[in-house]
Design a binder for this molecule. Structure first.
Ligand code: MSP
Length: 646
């Protein structure tokens, strides 16, 4: 195994979060993952700098403060504190917490601006166009979807104001050259391709200042303008190293940790990180960052968990029920960091908690430590010199798992690392079952075999605690205290180093099973922002209300894909009374040609709505399992179009 040399600098960042709303599971996720990566690097002996913080400027925050009837700085202080609190709640080991309203950040950002301006890459002009305040991005007219933001679907605003521009167009070729020289710049690969394709299509200069509001960092020499919030925000990664501080030590910090940085982000802000940021830096004469790792989204009810949609899960609710480690384990096991989106649901977290933590790991811990207490007086026995095939296999798997987990952490495959660790956990459980220590204990001649079993199970548990440490620091600590061992570095981790004679601590249940139904759990976890509580009244409807929905049999006459949409199909259907167009979100499950001639069920009296520019007159009924593809509701094909379904 080739581990990085001890003391090698390692810098990891999370996005700095907007403070228009309090943190939810989405923000918690990136922060917990960055924490696990940082912890793994510390365990390898690297010199880690881990940064998180808050992005506090911009119109969105200014408006949120106004809406709350608060002064912007007061509002900023309060919400920023809730992000700091999240770090404490989730055992985040960040080395610094940056707020863009701090003087050190103003200095750094103005310094970077000056360097870019000195290079001649900033000029004054007029901006006229569309702006999405939710994402704080300029949206070219051609990219609007139904007049709305293509990223978040919010309404965009028309801006017409004097603005400074950054010569982004000049950096098209330098960026492409940089990408070619750095094939691992963006991970995963498929996201890198999206960036490349975008840049290859050509870049326009970017508006980097605003005059219509004040809550931002003034442009040096022209304070009527405040800097575009992304120019300001991205600079945070250098502020924390001391850019613009005038302190000679900071130069050495920049040299130490830059450009060897990993920016961990969600996929929706990839363009800003993989394109704007390296371009700004090239213009300022600073090397672009080493790597951007962009993960997918947590979805809830099929859509991105987000404050603006109101479908957010509060991390606190899940910590209350599953503990910090339960939540950390679930999110890191369930969603591949270098993969696709994943569903956040109570069913999934409950199932994983009980199966993986209460059952697999919990059993291993309680069996192993109870056995050593019962058959060896609570003291780790000597390892006998003999070993059989089963022992050899276990030892081999331990060695392989250590190497596999370290390697997978280095390539950000944390879910796969956990999967491999759990294969080990299951093997050790089986090893104990096969050895039957309770039977061996009754045979004095089997004492060496019994001691070998106790030692090896204890040793495997020691390794397991070390391997889960970055993801579940609290559980790792508790296992160590039950085993009587202390924290171990990953650098020298190998089987067979549990010290004979070690006295065990008391065994306590690690992850007691949660005997709740999902319904009970749902009552405890609000599944939405506490700021917008759902009314608790009786939600059942009367027969009259139901009958208002006109469900009818229809026959599909034509079907085709909706251009530029992955999910939508445009159907022409015969409803008995008319022929009409319905847009259905079933393109991932059905080919258009599979649908022609099918008898389906529709909601016939729905108000028309435009989807991706196509007017839909009704809705097709389909069943969608959690996280799965939709399946059309079927009726007997002999039913004529127009028949009422009730
Ligand atoms: N302020 C900018 C980032 C500037 S970085 C220089 C911003 N802030 S944000 O508050 O909107 O946070 C976005 C980040 O939060 C995402 O990139 C991701 O890391 C995390 N997430 C927010 N919602 C999420 C999901 N539903 N799923 C996964 N991560 C999510 O953008």
């Amino acid at each position: 195994m080739t581990s990085p040399p001890a003391g090698k600098p390692f810098y990891i960042t999370t996005p700095i979060y907007y403070i228009n709303a309090r943190p939810h599971v989405g923000h918690a996720y990136t922060t917990m993952v960055a924490d696990a990566v940082a912890r793994s690097r510390r365990l390898l002996g690297q010199d880690v700098f881990f940064l998180t913080g808050t992005d506090e400027h911009g119109q969105k925050v200014e408006r949120a403060a106004q809406k709350a009837g608060r002064s912007t700085p007061d509002f900023a202080d309060e919400v920023a504190e809730s992000f700091r609190q999240m770090c404490r709640d989730l055992r985040i080991t960040n080395d610094d917490f940056i707020r863009t309203t701090e003087p050190r950040h103003h200095r750094a950002t103005q310094e970077l601006w000056k360097r870019v301006a000195d290079k001649g890459d900033i000029y004054k002009g007029d901006y006229e166009g569309w702006y999405c305040t939710v994402d704080e991005i300029f949206v070219p007219e051609t990219q609007l979807v139904d007049g709305k933001c293509p990223t978040c679907g919010s309404r965009v605003e028309r801006l017409k104001e004097e603005s400074y521009y950054f010569r982004l167009s000049k950096y098209q070729q330098p960026l492409l050259d940089f990408y070619a020289r750095n094939p691992t710049f963006v991970q995963p690969d498929f996201r890198f391709n999206e960036v490349r394709t975008f840049v290859e299509a050509g870049l326009q200069d970017l508006s980097v200042s605003r005059t219509s509001f004040q809550w931002g960092i003034p442009v040096p020499g022209d304070p009527k303008h405040v800097m575009y919030v992304w120019f300001d925000a991205l600079t945070n990664y250098l502020t924390a190293l001391g850019l613009g501080s005038g302190d000679p030590q900071s130069e050495s910090r920049i040299q130490r940790f830059w450009p060897g940085v990993i920016h961990l982000i969600g996929k929706e802000i990839l363009r800003q990180h993989a394109l704007y940021w390296p371009a700004f830096l090239m213009a300022a004469g600073v090397k672009p960052p080493d790597r951007i790792v962009a993960h997918g989204w947590w979805l809830m009810g099929g859509a991105k968990m987000s404050k603006s949609l109101g479908n957010v899960a509060r991390y606190q609710d899940y910590v209350d029920v599953f503990g910090v480690d339960g939540l950390r384990y679930f999110v890191m096991r369930e969603m591949s960091l270098v993969g696709q989106d994943a569903n956040f649901s109570d069913d999934a977290i409950l199932a994983r908690f009980n199966a993986d933590l209460a059952n697999d790991l919990g059993n291993l811990v309680s069996r192993t430590t109870t056995m050593i207490h019962r058959y060896s007086g609570g003291v780790v026995p000597e390892l006998p010199t003999t070993r059989d095939e089963l022992d050899a296999q276990l030892e081999q798997q331990l060695t392989n798992t250590i190497q596999g987990v370290v390697r997978k952490f280095e390539t950000f495959e944390i879910s796969a690392a956990l999967q491999e660790t759990w294969e080990l956990v299951r093997t050790v459980n089986q090893y104990i079952v096969k050895r039957e220590p309770w039977a061996l204990a009754k045979r004095p001649d089997a004492r060496p075999l019994l001691e070998g079993t106790l030692y090896r199970a204890g040793d495997a548990l020691r390794v397991t605690a070390a391997l889960v440490d970055p993801v579940m620091p609290e559980a790792a600590e508790r296992i160590r205290s039950m085993l009587g061992t202390s924290q171990e570095s990953w650098a020298g981790l190998k089987p067979g180093t549990l010290q004979p004679g070690t006295r065990l601590g008391q065994t306590t249940p690690l992850f007691p099973r949660i005997e709740k139904t999902v319904e009970e759990l749902r009552g405890m976890t609000s599944q939405q922002d506490a700021a917008t509580p759902a009314p608790q009244e009786d939600k059942r409807i009367s027969i009259d209300e139901f009958m208002k929905v006109e469900l009818r049999v229809a026959k599909v006459l034509e079907a085709e894909a909706v251009p530029k949409s992955k999910k939508l199909l445009k159907l022409k259907v015969d409803t008995g009374a008319d022929q009409r167009t319905i847009v259905a979100g079933i393109a991932e499950a059905y080919q258009p040609e599979q649908l022609v001639g099918r008898t389906i069920v529709i909601v016939a009296n729905l108000q028309p709505a435009k989807l991706m520019g196509v007017e839909s007159n009704g809705m097709v009924l389909a069943a969608s399992p959690e996280g799965g593809l939709p399946v059309l509701v079927a009726v007997d094909p002999s039913m004529p179009p127009g028949a009422r379904v009730r």
